[in-house]
Design a protein around this ligand. Structure first.
Ligand SMILES: [Zn+2]
Length: 456
């Protein structure tokens, strides 16, 4: 191992340790320092490691945790990164952390969640065995520019890893186009049937053919722009997935039951998370397991066993109420949460928390593309409609326009009081925070509940 690489590893480990001791873990500094010392440190440290990368706009973290459960159950010697470290410098730090001081990595596999914009650069160094692209949705426009920009960043990244097998969402016309003119092996995953009887009315992020701009026709839509698409003009169409959800048996507030066909073998699968988007994430997990060589039974049982991460349908008790918290960050994801609530018949308190900091996207106009009307139609079921966050007033206005009775919309700015109100009776609650609001809530929630640590 080059002296430079050894030094970079040492600096990365040491600065990481110092920062953790100061209570400032999770910064990009160690990775940055290491990169300054050795430009190719990631290539050196990942040599010989079979790397699975998960990227795409929505569901990276949940999909990664599902795959991680399968890796663990299969007994693979692996390590993984967390969502907070999914840029190049964070990924470098995770590899350094799992290497010896001489720069050797004793693990056979790595599972890396990678920011979709960061994949272009990161893929130059990583020996990617398997790349999952979940979906491409319009997300934080002010951060990444146009939707095709995100797509092209991933497309360019793929040119660096011609030997990687791509697990692509067949139902996403944007993601599926990544298969055009690349030499990579492809495993398609998808959902062959509609997930819900009715879905939220939502704007498609990709109504027109990516090749010829003609409007797509659909045999069915699962949600957003996902489904059985085809272009009537140029013929671009959905590929038949080898890993396919062929039947949705039940969708509940906590889980779903599906029939999953993996390369011709049918499995009845209990997915331990609610929502149509997690049905896709489950199919992605099964596709990765196939590529990595994990047997189907292990892949399937992992889906029923794994515990979800904080903020992604995490459940906890607040005072007298059972609460579910679901991160919302773009129209497609928010509409899925709304679908979930709209298809449940119970009474609930609703809490909407809207921030506009950098990580949330500073332009909050996206909330006008969310189908709050579907909830307003059922507002008798909702005992409280609570609004908070930096942009609480904008959220309240949006709900008013959706048809919620204005006198029922309560703006509560202090999280402490918000949580007290939610816990004041037994009616269960749905908390829907944007990214930074979720982090702010975390500290407050720990004072209101006995859940010990949400994050490692
Ligand atoms: Zn076309």
């Amino acid at each position: 191992m080059k002296l430079q690489t050894r030094l970079a590893v040492l600096v990365c480990k040491a600065s990481g340790a110092v920062l953790r001791r100061l209570g400032r873990g999770g910064t990009n500094l160690p990775g940055k320092l290491a990169l300054k010392i050795d430009k190719n440190i990631l290539g050196e440290l990942s040599r010989g490691v079979k790397v699975t990368v998960v990227t795409g706009t929505n569901g990276k973290t949940t999909t990664s945790r599902m795959i991680e459960q399968a890796f663990a159950d299969a007994g693979l010697k692996y390590f993984s990164n967390k969502s907070g470290a999914n840029l190049l410098t964070g990924i470098i730090a995770v590899f350094a952390q799992h290497s010896t001081l001489s720069g050797k990595c004793p693990y056979t596999h790595a599972l890396i969640e990678c920011d979709e914009a960061a994949f272009r650069k990161t893929s130059e160094y990583l020996p990617v065995e398997c790349l999952v692209v979940n979906n491409i949705f319009r997300d934080q426009l002010d951060r990444y520019g146009e939707i095709t920009h995100t797509l092209n960043a991933i497309r360019e990244g793929i040119t660096h890893v011609p030997n990687a097998t791509l697990c692509l969402n067949a139902d996403c016309s944007l993601t599926a186009s990544l298969a055009d003119s690349v030499p990579n092996k492809i495993v398609w995953f998808g959902v062959n049937v509609p997930i819900y009887k009715e879905t939220a009315h939502e704007l498609s992020d990709a109504p027109y053919c990516i090749h010829c701009k003609t409007e797509y026709e659909y045999d069915y839509i699962t949600y957003g722009h996902l489904g059985g698409f085809r272009c009537p003009k140029c013929g671009y169409h959905r590929q038949t997935p080898q890993v396919a959800v062929t039947k949705v048996l039940a969708t509940g507030a906590d889980s779903s039951d599906i029939i999953l066909d993996i390369f011709g073998h049918e499995h009845e699968v209990h997915v331990n998370l609610p929502g149509g988007y997690n049905i896709y994430n489950a199919a992605a997990e099964a596709a990765v397991a196939h590529v990595v060589g994990i047997d189907e039974q292990t892949a399937v049982s992992a889906l029923s066993q794994f515990e979800c991460g904080f903020g992604r349908a995490e459940q906890f008790k607040l005072g007298q109420a059972q609460a579910r918290m679901m991160l919302v960050k773009n129209p497609a994801g928010f509409n899925q949460v709304i679908n979930l609530i709209a298809h449940d018949e119970g009474n609930y308190k609703l809490a909407f928390l809207l921030n506009d900091r950098f990580a949330d996207g500073t332009d909050i106009s996206w909330i006008w593309d969310v189908d709050f009307e579907a909830l307003a139609d059922q507002q008798v079921r909702f005992t409280r409609v609570l609004v908070s966050g930096v942009r609480a007033d904008d959220m309240a206005l949006r709900l008013k326009y959706a048809g919620f009775a204005p006198e029922r919309i309560e703006v509560i700015r202090e999280y402490d009081r918000l949580l007290t109100e939610i816990g004041s009776d037994e009616t269960p609650a749905f908390l829907m925070p944007t990214y930074t609001a979720m982090f702010d809530l975390r500290g407050e929630i720990s004072k209101h509940t006995d859940v010990k640590a949400f994050y490692e």
